[in-house]
Design a protein around this ligand. Structure first.
Ligand code: ADP
Ligand code: MG
Ligand code: MG
Length: 896
């Protein structure tokens, strides 16, 4: 116990008083806080203590030293465990053994692996053998300890250990580790120790205290290893958080056939089904289940049957302990109100809980679990909605294998993480990263994966392993990352040296195309065609709840009928950005566009524009019809004209012929239109000022389409949007043109329709002068792509060469074109919104551009009170969910 005035660095759990709680993750790390919480719930947790993350912070702030009080506090906590367990650390006859486990706030691959059986040495192992009456168990534990400690703490490569074990097995004709006797293990131990001494130049540490502090130091040291740093970077985890260290008395799953160790999920992490799901091994310890050394067995009869395994389930082998475990499962779900990922050990038919945490799950499972738990009244609908990571929906919106397509299945493994992926075969994480950087889709094929492979798994479209189960590293990480994964496809042989994967005479070489289906476990040759997903069931239910909660509307950026239809299928409530120039690039039209650009006179331009008008009109008829009365925001021509001119001589000749001029003239015009900074050049409304007839034609196409569609009985809501406005004057002049055309169309067609004219806010001046601009503009759409470029003075096309340096140097946190720069660009948006609203109360405000589909940016839009966000059709569901979460966070939930 810390005395008065001292800092408290150590928190006990399980022995007598438990000092931690689940909500102390920052101080105790996730593992420590949850061990304490389970102890508080009265669950069987082996006693232990947690050295806090503050010690880690202290360690790095003070030249890798510990606070002075730490030694005493650890000694006191250790004494409590000794008392609870009736054993003594380092005692020759009755030794207490402990595990040393790292545990950051968020579970973090890259951190030091757990060391088990710490406290064993040449003397205590004999005590353990005598007391347990099981010498084989004692020596098995000791050899595990030497290997783990040697590898993890002393950094002796594990192949040295494997070679020794393999050679002993070979000599004696054994195939399984369980074949080794106590004497065999003693021989292995002697060889291990000799090897460690050879490798390190000093003997394996025998002093338990030295062992303990060695392991504690290694955990803190691992916080700054390369793997951990990479992982933190990928997941935005600050280095200041630090890790905690858990020291816990050992319980033994390797003491015989009434012992076991296992891992489980309280619900199925792949499908989300409310069924206990896990794996275990009899007479095994620690990571044996996930290490792929022995084939793990299913926890439940249902699991065994579903996976056609003939190894007996825990439910059959140890029915009583299984029932206890199942009760713990229900208890934990009720308490945490979420699916848990648990680790347990059974020692002589007694259950011990060693870990619980919120379980990683596929997007599909996350949806099902959220919807089920809300239905079971375990959580509210709002909680269900806030639990889904909007970005993860991406996985569900992507294609699955076309059931009608031919599949050349060469092997089958476990369906470890759903989704289909095709790509070129690579055999190492580094190759995956290199190939993916070149733009190739790759499938990372490994015998098994380890935390060193994370970067390659990230770069790959899919992951295939030949070893390991549903809870293997590959499977767990792939599910977390949303990568398709087939695990344990044991018929496949991978040869890293020749870079060939083979099965029954089929050879797959590096670079060959394969397809994996993580939902069936199939591995196929070639790239199998895919189909679009159905958005029904749990997805629809949850999206319905999100829609009930959100305040902002969600629209899509769409030009084509196909995009518009997709957008509506995904729940878009209008089009927020229709870029008319996309319609100009159609081969049937581009000639007329070019003719217009080449024309020397207004008359010539009008002639060419007249050819375009019917095409444009038809486009708008289609869009209005599909959107059936939902608002459609149409942006008038935006890019500089030279983008439409041809580059090749052949094309120039064609254009010249069509325009009745000579190729030289085409070339001259192209030179004349060339700009040094086209982004800041003659574009947007500036074109409308110079050539009003262009906008006039577009307005006529829009309004005559609106009149036709309205006449046929379908409501229309066109919103005409003018780009790159800097001043109110520009808008006044162009709005007059548009209003005049609208009046003409109404008069000529005899058809009434509503429309509005507004502007994009994409220049800092427009945001600042939003007050006066709003006197003319009936709506604003914040064009945050250009607004980011013009505010930061960074061109999207050129930023790639230095933005990575900026991110590395910590100058910017995120790519400002992916996530809105809330402090700078965001301030302009806020000013624009405020001034616009002040001048025209109720002015409609929206955002278009990449940020409209980015959850963090959507949260910002909610806080500014925008009326809608607009994003690409495939991101619409993500935006709907993100908008609901934003409303929940901002407390602006729709109530009606
Ligand atoms: P990870 O963070 O990689 O899951 P853990 O610290 O949970 O590492 O340890 C891995 C495994 O080691 C556990 O799942 C458990 O099987 C075993 N283990 C850890 N501590 C103990 C202990 N005190 N007694 C028995 N087994 C333990
Ligand atoms: Mg664990
Ligand atoms: Mg723009």
């Amino acid at each position: 116990m810390a005395s008065h005035g001292e800092s408290k660095w150590v928190y006990s759990f399980g022995a007598g008083k438990t000092e931690g709680r689940a909500d102390m993750k920052n101080l105790l790390g996730g593992k420590g806080a949850n061990l304490a919480e389970m102890a508080n719930l009265g669950l069987p947790v082996p006693p232990g203590f947690t050295i806090t993350t503050e010690v880690c912070t202290y360690f790095y702030a003070n030249g890798r030293t510990y606070p002075v009080e730490l030694k005493d506090q650890v000694a006191a906590a250790l004494a409590e465990i000794e008392q609870a367990m009736g054993a003594v650390f380092g005692d020759a006859n009755n030794p207490l053994l402990v595990s040393v486990r790292s545990g950051a706030r968020a579970s973090m691959p890259g951190m030091m692996d757990t060391v088990l059986n710490l406290g064993l040495n040449d003397v205590t192992v004999a005590g353990l053998a005598t007391r347990s009456g099981d010498a084989r168990f004692a020596y098995d534990s000791y050899r595990r300890f030497i290997q783990m400690y040697g590898n993890v703490v002393l950094d002796v490569d594990h192949h040295h250990f494997e070679e020794i074990l393999d050679s002993v097995k070979r000599d004696r004709g054994y195939s399984l580790d369980t074949d080794l006797t106590a004497a065999d293990w003693q021989a292995v131990i002697a060889d291990y120790k000799a090897m460690v001494e050879r490798e390190l130049g000093r003997p394996f540490p025998q002093d338990p205290q030295e062992q303990l502090w060695g392991a504690v130091g290694a955990v803190f040291g691992s916080w700054m290893n390369a793997r951990a740093i990479t992982y933190r970077k990928l997941h935005d985890i600050p280095a200041e958080w630090g890790t905690a260290v858990n020291v816990q008395s050992m319980v033994f799953g390797n003491m015989g056939n009434d012992c076991a160790t296992g891992v489980a999920f309280t619900r199925n992490p792949s499908t989300g089904e409310n069924a206990f799901y896990g794996e275990y091994l009899v007479n095994a310890q620690g990571e044996d289940v996930v290490a792929g050394i022995r084939t793990p067995q299913h926890l439940t009869i249902a699991g065994r049957e579903a996976n056609k395994s003939d190894l007996p389930s825990m439910e059959e082998v140890m029915p009583e302990v299984f029932n206890q475990l199942n009760e713990v499962r229900l208890r934990l779900e009720k308490h945490y109100r979420d699916m848990q990922d648990i680790e347990f050990t059974v020692q002589q038919n007694k259950l011990y809980m060693l870990q619980t945490r919120t379980g990683k799950r596929t997007a599909q499972a996350a949806l099902r679990i959220a919807v089920d738990m809300a239905t079971e009244a375990l959580v509210t609908k709002a909680e269900a909605v806030s639990r889904i990571d909007p970005a993860s929906l991406d996985q569900l919106l992507h294609p699955t294998l076309d059931p009608k397509a031919e599949r050349k299945v060469i092997a089958k493994g476990l369906p470890a993480s759903p989704g289909a992926a095709s790509g070129k075969v690579v055999f190492s994480a580094d190759d995956a990263e290199t190939q993916a950087a070149l733009g190739d889709a790759v499938i990372l094929c490994r015998i098994e994966t380890s935390p060193e492979d994370i970067h390659g798994m990230h770069a790959a479209k899919g992951i295939l392993t030949t070893r390991g189960g549903m809870t293997s590293h590959a499977a767990v990480v792939a599910r977390g990352m949303g990568r398709a994964c087939v695990a344990g496809a044991g018929e496949l042989r991978i040869d890293y040296k020749t870079k060939v994967m083979s099965v029954r005479g089929v050879q797959v070489k590096e670079g060959d195309l394969v397809t994996i289906d993580g939902s069936t476990g199939e591995v196929m040759l070639g790239a199998v065609p895919t189909v679009q997903p159905e958005l029904s069931g749990d997805f629809a239910t949850l999206m319905g709840w999100a829609d009930e909660l959100r305040r902002m509307k969600v629209r899509a950026n769409a030009e084509t009928a196909l995009d518009a239809a997709t957008a509506r299928k995904f729940g878009a409530e209008g089009i927020g950005l229709c870029r008319t120039e996309h319609m100009f690039f159609d081969p049937a039209r581009i000639l007329a566009v070019r003719e217009m650009i080449l024309a020397e006179t207004e008359e010539g331009r009008r002639k060419a524009l007249a050819k375009l008008e019917p095409f444009q009109k038809q486009d708008f008829v289609e869009l209005f019809t599909i959107m059936a009365g939902l608002p459609v925001t149409i942006r008038l021509l935006d890019p500089p004209l030279h983008e439409f001119l041809p580059n090749t001589e052949k094309e120039m000749a064609e254009v010249a012929a069509a325009a009745g001029t000579d190729p030289l003239r085409v070339h001259q015009r192209s030179v004349q239109l060339h700009e040094a900074n086209p982004m800041l050049g003659h574009r947007g409304c500036r074109l409308g000022i110079t050539y009003p007839e262009i906008y006039e034609m577009q307005a006529r196409a829009i309004f005559s389409a609106a009149a036709d569609v309205a006449k046929s009985g379908t409501p229309v809501t066109p919103e005409v949007m003018i780009p790159i406005v800097a001043t109110r004057k520009e808008l006044d002049i162009l709005k007059a043109v548009i209003d005049r055309v609208a009046a003409e169309v109404k008069a000529a067609s005899g058809q009434e329709f509503e429309y509005s004219v507004g502007t994009m806010i994409e220049l800092p001046r427009a945001a600042l002068r939003a007050g006066e601009i709003a006197e003319t503009a009936e709506f604003f759409s914040f064009g945050t792509n250009d607004l980011t470029q013009t505010t930061l003075g960074i061109s999207r096309d050129d930023a790639g060469s230095f933005l990575p340096d900026y991110e590395r140097a910590g100058i910017i946190e995120h790519d400002p074109f992916a996530t809105l720069d809330q402090d700078g660009v965001g301030e302009l948006v806020r000013i624009g919104a405020e001034r616009g609203r002040a001048a025209r109360p109720g002015i409609k405000l929206g955002i278009c551009g990449e940020h409209g589909g980015d959850p963090a940016s959507i949260q910002f839009c909610e806080s500014v009170g925008l009326d809608y966000v607009s994003c690409s059709p495939y991101r619409v569901p993500i935006a709907r969910l993100a908008a609901a979460q934003a409303a929940l966070k901002t407390d602006t939930v729709k109530r009606d």
